[in-house]
Each structure stands twice: as C-alpha cells, then as structure tokens.
Ligand binder design. Structure first.
Ligand code: ADP
Length: 473
C-alpha cells in the first residue's frame, strides 16, 4: 500500500511536540510492515535540513490568489529515517527557524498543502491513502474532493489524525480566494462558526477521523474548543488509536543522550548514575526524590499550576524533595517558576527552553514525572517515563487515563482527578511515601519498564482503518 503522511512536524527533522514523534515513528513501522510510506513536510531552516543530502525531484509554482511562490520538492537521499522523506521548499515562507508562530502561518500552511497536492497529482500513480495530521493539513481532504485541478484524487481516501483539537487554523472568508478553484456548491463545507476552520474542514471531508487515544475521542464530544457538535456528528467515522512510542529512539539501554545506559535488570544503579549527573548539572540533592516536568508551559498542560504547586510542595517538605522543570511557553508562567529559584537553591531548578538531550536525561534521572494536564490528547512523556523507569504522576485525562493506572490499583503510576494545586501536592506526598518504600518503588518502576507501548501493534490498527476506507472506494 502506498501511504502518504502529510504533516507540519516530523522527528528528527523539525519537532515542537508529540506530533513530530508520531510522524517520525509510525511511518517507519508501517514501512517495516511492507508498505511504501512517504512523509511530506515543509522545508524549515533546521539542523537536520542543513546537515543532510537532498535531491530535487519536482519544481512548481503555488498561487494563493494574486501571490505566487515558486516551490520545489526535495527528497532525503539516504533513507536513514526508515521511510521516504520529502520536504516542500517554499523559501519565502519556510526558510525560517521556527515551525509555528508567524503572522503568515495561514498563508504558509495553505501554500504547503497546495504545493504538496500539485506534486502528488503530477506523479504517475496516485497514493492508496493520504493521512493528514492536525489542522495544518486539514484543507487537503476538501481540495481532494472539490478542487477542479485535483480531480484525479477524488477517489483517493483521506484520513485526518487529530493530535490536538484545540488548535484549528481558522481564517476569514476574505481569504477564500487563496483556495484553488473548487465547486462552489460545496463552499458551506468550509464554514464553522462564521469562518474557514481548517480542522473542521478536514474532519468533515476526510473518509476517517482518528484521535491519538480512545479517551480523548470521548472527551472531545464535550470539550473541543467549539467543535464538540461536529465531533458528535462524525462519530460514525471516528476512532481513537493510542499512540505508540519509538522504542528504538527511546531505549534506556542504548540511548546515547544518557550518562549511563541501563535495562530493567540494573535499573536502580542506572537511574542513580543518571540522577547524580542531572543533580550535579542543576545543583540538586541526589539523595532526595526528584520530581520533574517536561513540556510546554501552557494552561492545557497545567503549566499555570506548577509554580504554586512547586512552592507548596517545597515549603511543606523543605529540603526533602527536588523539583526540576524543563519547558517554555507562557512568559508569565516562566517568570513565576524562575521567581522560586532564589529561595529553594539546592532543591529546585528550571531550564526555560527546548532541549532534546536534556529531556532524555531527565526521563532517565528522575524518580517522578509530573503531568497535571488539563487536556492531553495522548501524551508521550508518560510513556517515555515509564520506559525509563520513572513513575508518572498524571491527571486522569485523555491518553493519560488510557496509559497510567494508579499504583493503589496495581498500576504503574500515581493518578489524580483534578487539575489543581491541591491534587498535585497530594500526589507529590504520595510519591514521597512511595519513594521511601524502596521495594514498592522498585516494583512500580519495573512494571513501567516492562509495559509494551511499541508501534508494532498500533501500526496494525492504522493499517486496518486504511484498508477499511480503501474498501469503500
Ligand atoms: P505535546 O505534543 O502536546 O507537546 P506530547 O506529550 O505529545 O505533548 O509530546 C511532547 C514531546 O515534546 C515529548 O517528546 C517531550 O519530551 C518533548 N518536549 C516537550 N517540551 C520539551 C522541551 N522543553 N525540551 C525538550 N523536549 C520537550
């Protein structure tokens, strides 16, 4: 089967969050399962782009109304990622360091989608299935169905995978003329709450909709930033598939970013060595339990709760615990977290920014990983921490609910129900008790490390859905 994944991110080429991890791993396992898998993404100015070799395979022009942009398609030449990788190069729009956050993001991702389809219809054969990811690719299923120039793709099944339904890529109808000419009888398909909503359009037009965990699919029927009723309407073609993790990249036995590699057999020693290194780097106390957080410092992740929770937990247990925060996002939250530094030196530290290598070391060297998320479509951090023998402390929501069970119920972590400072602090107290019960702590860590979250099984679920929609042609 020839499968195209179209995405704004893909690890290790460009990563902002979990979307990149998924698009960098799922295609590899689909390829191993005997398919021809290609990933298409924008060509940003990233380290991976600059350090690898590329072959030009196509040239063209995108028109967004009166704006014209030349584009080219570059193919990675070594196949080192385990799938074919194609970059859509539109220098004016993508030759920048960041993936998102520019005023012309609508123009950028619309051009990317149009250039991708222009290239795909120019090829000899059409793909068997096109898997779009998040709102940056949400207009593709619409254009495949209704744009005159893509009529060859009308019968090609498309699927949209929702990694985060909070971000939807809305824009006004004043930009309708950006879209390639389409059958105007279907213009209403573009509309949601008086604007063009890229994610809603993808959900309406794709032949199947997947979310990245079953619980998230249940939750978005009642909480989806305005798309609740739409999710209810398309329930018949929706399914939640829990993400896997790339167990080759995330392997404590081989991970080159760790101070010391380890397996479940020598987990105590291995984790101790990584913790000692981490504590040295951040001036923390290696003899005390280490509670860490990795992620975007935003309300959806419960980031706004962290400063107060850290303050309370540290003051109640002064010098009995360590807290380490790695992340960036909301400046107020960043500043608030940094304001605690002076009072809790030796037991508390922050790294405001993005650092892949440090994230790996924190998964290995921490005792607990905090995830007090308000919304968590799947969450990968808890799965990485389980694999590295770190006990996740999570709020029961979305994918966290599907992957972490409280140790009181013979599970692998610590769970709480509310995204609140009180619940976080209570869970930290339970963590301290667990840490002091060495035998139990070791047992929970071992359960976590032995859990199978690999993509092999998950990959089959994706293939089943592709086959189902192909059979409907
Ligand atoms: P989301 O995609 O919503 O941000 P996920 O849990 O799905 O959350 O994925 C987060 C991914 O991004 C993980 O691989 C995590 O390690 C990584 N990550 C998040 N913030 C940082 C950071 N500041 N530095 C390094 N890695 C980070």
């Amino acid at each position: 089967m020839e499968i195209f994944h179209i995405s704004a991110e893909c690890y290790p080429v460009a990563k902002v969050g979990g979307l990149a991890d998924v698009v960098g791993a799922l295609p590899k396992y689909q390829n191993k399962a005997g398919n021809d898998v290609r990933v298409v993404m924008p060509c940003y100015d990233t380290k991976f782009k600059n350090e690898n070799d590329w072959e030009y395979v196509h040239w063209g022009h995108v028109s967004l109304g009166n704006f014209n942009f030349p584009f080219s398609i570059l193919k990675e030449t070594t196949d080192k990622l385990g799938f074919e990788l194609y970059l859509v190069e539109i220098p004016d729009l993508f030759n920048r360091k960041e993936v998102y956050g520019y005023q012309d993001d609508i123009e950028r991702f619309l051009s990317f989608q149009i250039a991708t389809l222009d290239w795909i219809i120019g090829r000899d054969q059409v793909p068997d299935v096109i898997n779009c990811h998040d709102h940056h690719t949400g207009l593709i299923p619409f254009m495949m169905l209704y744009s005159h120039k893509y009529y060859r793709l009308r019968e090609t099944p498309s699927m949209i995978t929702i990694h985060n339904g909070l971000y939807q890529g809305q824009f006004g109808f004043d930009k309708l003329y950006y879209l390639p000419e389409f059958d105007l009888a279907h213009v209403n398909v573009l509309e949601w709450n008086n604007c063009i909503n890229s994610l809603a359009v993808g959900i309406k037009c794709a032949w199947a909709v997947t979310t990245v965990s079953p619980s998230y699919l249940d939750e978005i029927n009642t909480f989806a930033n305005g798309l609740e009723s739409l999710f209810n309407m398309v329930r018949y073609k929706s399914i939640g598939i829990l993400n896997g993790i790339d167990v080759e990249v995330w392997d404590p036995a081989k991970d080159p970013m760790l101070k010391k590699n380890y397996t479940v057999k020598n987990l105590n020693k291995g984790k101790q060595d990584n913790k000692a290194h981490l504590c040295e780097l951040f001036n923390l106390d290696p003899d005390k339990p280490l509670f860490s957080f990795i992620g975007r410092l935003l309300e959806e992740k419960g980031g706004d709760l962290l400063p107060h929770a850290a303050l309370l937990a540290l003051s109640e247990n002064y010098k009995q615990i360590n807290i380490l925060i790695l992340g960036s996002g909301n400046t107020l939250i960043e500043n608030h977290l940094n304001s605690l530094l002076a009072d809790y030196q030796g037991n508390y530290n922050t790294y405001i920014g993005y650092n892949e290598e440090l994230a790996h070391l924190i998964y290995a060297g921490s005792d607990f990983l905090l995830m007090p998320s308000r919304v968590e479509p799947c969450g990968l951090n808890q799965m990485y921490s389980l694999r590295y023998g770190t006990v996740p402390i999570v709020r029961r929501t979305g994918g966290l609910k599907d992957t972490v069970i409280d140790f009181g119920d013979d599970g692998n972590g610590i769970c709480h129900d509310q995204a609140s400072v009180g619940d976080i602090c209570y869970s930290i107290q339970r963590g301290i008790s667990l840490y002091n019960d060495k035998k139990k702590m070791n047992e929970i860590r071992t359960i976590g490390m032995k859990t199978d979250h690999s993509w092999e099984r998950v990959c089959q679920e994706y293939l089943e859905i592709y086959n189902l929609i192909i059979s409907k042609k």
